[in-house]
Write a protein that binds this ligand. Structure first.
Ligand SMILES: [Fe+2]
Length: 221
């Protein structure tokens, strides 16, 4: 019986809807629903729904367009630099070498995870303000103010110095954003810059900097 049913079903055209029960266990298909996904769609309107660099979406968060645009511009710079620092940590996690390999390998990855969380926090703040968060590596490469590191594998002190330089650039931005957002009344952005980004970056600076202290390892001097 089962063989007979499957033979009958196989003779149907592939796109013909099954509208009545033809045997126990056969699927029922709703003829009014086309289940084929609409693939390969391309933009038809002359414009995208929102241009980068605008704050077109006005969520009711009691902030003027001017204030939101100013915050979005600053936050996109902070976002691009945070994404670069995040990736610098992963590069360091992979390429670190020497006697401190294991502890730095783990520390760098922990900081990578923290920076990834900050990336999401900053990007979503930008969207809340009605802007568009920069997202792709191509755009980040154009926007970031952190100097490009070589593809080569570098010594640990050089690696750490690069990370600290990136942290300083981001921390300076945090101070600038916090001050400006405070003056403009964008308290949410001020809080993000201080409570989230600044606090985390300051702690990471501490953890990483201590690895550059030339303290005696085995014998007191
Ligand atoms: Fe890993």
């Amino acid at each position: 019986m089962a063989t007979k049913a499957s033979t009958k079903s196989a003779t149907k055209p592939a796109n013909q809807a099954v509208t009545k029960m033809e045997g126990a266990g056969l699927p029922q298909t709703n003829p009014s629903v086309n289940v084929q996904p609409l693939l390969n769609q391309q933009i038809k309107a002359p414009e995208p729904i929102q241009r980068y660099g605008t704050v077109s979406q006005r969520l009711p968060i009691v902030l003027s367009d001017e204030v939101r645009l100013d915050s979005v511009t600053m936050l996109n710079q902070l976002l691009a630099d945070t994404m670069t620092l995040r990736d610098l940590y992963k590069k360091s996690h992979w390429q670190v070498a020497g006697p401190t390999f294991y502890q730095l390998h783990l520390l760098f990855d922990a900081h990578y995870e923290k920076q990834s969380e900050l990336v999401d926090t900053i990007a979503e703040r930008i969207q809340m303000l009605g802007g568009i968060a920069v997202a792709l590596s191509f755009d980040v490469a154009e926007l970031t103010s952190i100097p490009r590191a070589p593809r080569d594998r570098e010594e640990v002190p050089v690696m750490i110095s690069r990370l600290l330089q990136a942290h300083q650039i981001i921390l300076q931005q945090c101070h600038d954003i916090a001050k400006r957002a405070d003056e403009s009344g964008d308290d949410g952005t001020n809080d993000l810059a201080v409570s989230d980004v600044m606090r985390e970056n300051e702690q990471e600076v501490w953890f990483v900097s201590e690895h550059l202290v030339d303290a005696p390892l085995l014998r007191a001097e």
